[in-house]
Design a binder for this molecule. Structure first.
Ligand code: KG4
Ligand code: ZN
Length: 328
């Protein structure tokens, strides 16, 4: 069984072909960093237009990479939200058109479900239920993943997402866009103990997250310390919050998860991965993190979520709506 996946919910246009037995036959991706960099963030209108230009050639290239024709594909999975609505519409409508023209079923995938199930693409042994820390530019959540379509949200951010805090910190420090990798590079050269920064919500009873206060604190100390020390101290504060909140969620679980899992763009951060790995080890839990390319936005995770849904008999009608907001 072969699934074509389409992703276009933010600033990455992507197409991939993935099989039900976890082979990634092709995955193509075109980032739009250069188009958005002058504005220091993603401009929705520019993103949507770029998806229109990039998507069809990427799908053609992915099919060619895999040596396949559209007729060889068993189903088409496209991100239907949440995300920047113009971009989501481009990908979803393209998926619908291909599904209609080729007579294939459509699977409308929640982008967060793509991230949530992506660790099962790279790790065939990852069984339900697992505790997932989903940390990206738009989301910061702790989910108990109990099965396909069964996600229990234990915590979310009350303001900014962790990736958003990385991006804003990079902007404040003048490190460029996208911010996460730039802050991580600067942090490697700085002292994580140099700058006193807050740990919002650390120790609070519910395992929720908050990062807006941390970002404001960074803005207040800018100029007082070397940017590398601010970056390193900021990253240490984020890691501290993520570990405290994840520990709290683990303590509140009534079932024993098979693993502690991290996914989403911030999972590409070495300090975040390292600290979570240590936490898992102290709890006697397996630690699972997808390879870096599968952590940031891509279409293989959408194709894989499509494969999991298709195997469960879940397909969607061609009048499925694109959704800017869509909680899991
Ligand atoms: O999952 P993703 O590609 O897109 C969303 O769905 O949001 O996540 C992108 C986010 C951005 O905020 C980016 O700055 C962050 O992930 N990110 C990182 C790193 N690489 C990407 N944050 C910290 N360290 C990194 N190495
Ligand atoms: Zn994402």
């Amino acid at each position: 069984m072969i699934i074509l996946g389409i992703e276009s919910s933010c600033d990455e246009t992507a197409a991939a072909l993935v099989t039900a037995d976890r082979q990634v036959l092709a995955h193509r991706l075109l980032g739009q960093e250069a188009a958005h960099a002058p504005f220091g963030g993603v401009v929705p209108e520019i993103a949507a237009r770029a998806h229109v230009e990039a998507l069809e050639p990427l799908i053609v290239a992915a099919l060619a990479d895999a040596g396949l024709k559209l007729a060889d594909v068993d189903a088409i999975a496209a991100t239907a939200g949440p995300g920047l609505i113009g971009g989501v519409m481009v990908g979803l409508v393209t998926g619908k058109a291909l599904a209609h023209a080729a007579g294939k079923p459509l699977i409308a995938v929640n982008h967060l479900e793509g991230h949530a199930l992506s660790p099962r693409l790279s790790d065939p042994d990852l069984a339900f239920p697992y505790l997932l820390l989903l940390v990206s530019g738009g989301h910061c959540q702790l989910l108990l993943v109990e099965g396909v379509g069964a996600y229990r949200r234990l915590a979310t951010t009350i303001d900014d997402a962790a990736g958003e805090a990385f991006d804003k910190t990079a902007k404040i420090l003048g490190l460029g866009f996208p911010g996460g990798p730039a802050v991580e590079r600067a942090a490697a050269l700085g002292n994580p103990k140099a700058v006193p920064l807050p740990r919002p919500l650390k120790g609070s009873a519910e395992p929720h997250f908050s990062f807006a206060g941390l970002k404001s604190a960074v803005a207040r100390v800018v100029g007082d310390y070397p940017p590398e020390d601010i970056a390193a101290s900021f990253q240490a504060a984020v890691v501290d919050c993520l570990i405290d909140r994840t520990t709290r969620a683990l303590n509140g679980l009534t079932v024993t998860p098979t693993a502690l899992v991290v996914a989403g763009g911030v999972a590409a951060n070495g300090a975040v991965r390292g600290a979570l790995q240590t936490l898992a080890a102290t709890r006697g839990l397996r630690f699972v993190a997808p390879p870096l390319w599968l952590c940031t936005d891509n279409a293989a995770m959408i194709a894989w979520a499509g494969a999991e849904r298709f195997a469960a008999g879940l397909t969607d009608p061609l009048d499925t709506a694109a959704r800017p907001r869509w909680p899991l």
